[in-house]
Design a protein around this ligand. Sequence first.
Ligand SMILES: Nc1ncnc2c1ncn2[C@@H]1O[C@H](COP(=O)(O)OP(=O)(O)OP(=O)(O)O)[C@@H](O)[C@H]1O
Ligand SMILES: [Mg+2]
Length: 225
Amino acid sequence: MEIKRASTGVKGLDERIGGGLPTPSVILVAGEPGTGKTTFCMQCLFRGAKLGEPGIYVTAISEPVDQIHKYMASYRFYDRRLVDEGLVKFLDISEVLMKRGARKALDMTINFIRRSDARRVVIDSITPFSYTFTEPQEYRRFLHEFFTVLKAMETLTLLVAEFSPEATTAPESYMADGVIYLYLQQGETPSTFKPGLQVRKLKGTEHPKDILRLGFTREGIRVLE
Ligand SMILES: Nc1ncnc2c1ncn2[C@@H]1O[C@H](COP(=O)(O)OP(=O)(O)OP(=O)(O)O)[C@@H](O)[C@H]1O
Ligand SMILES: [Mg+2]
């Protein structure tokens, strides 16, 4: 049976990963601050919407949705019409997450996905879920539930995680179908930094394992030759 692929909208990436991200699947997008996690996911969401696939952006950080729109509008892939037409929807779960806990926030997300008939989902990010647990064991148990529920959906789910690529054995990385790390690497001189992307794992896909150099422009992210 052939694996369905979803175009990421990131120039230079799809052709390196067999045509796109396998779908349905749960892909972890991890990296340090400012490495482009939100940009990568939004770019993918708007690509899907442009192809007629409804998408949902779920924010778990208390960042006003208006603020997210304002920042994303600086990229050319951001298309307000797709938002107005309901092809890209936004859901803020931060308050429910903090006041009523991780399971309620997960329920709210799943219900929204089902009601919207979404094909692509971004959850930005998983990290605040971990703050609602006092015992690491409890959080792990929740993660297992979280991934089980998401994997049962017919969606491409991009799960943002705020951790450095050095955290290679984070449980989230084992549970995901794919792991993409974003970097800001030291350049030739100590004062230069270069953005990079590594496909660390991608089920059912032959892919490069080395770090691909990225360019950030108003067009969004692209893989440099
Ligand atoms: N319009 C633009 N054109 C070019 N580069 C941009 C533009 N807007 C943002 N950037 C770059 O993208 C970076 C932010 O990327 P993004 O917000 O996707 O990172 P992140 O990994 O989600 O960060 P955080 O961990 O803080 O959420 C900025 O620091 C800037 O370098
Ligand atoms: Mg972000």
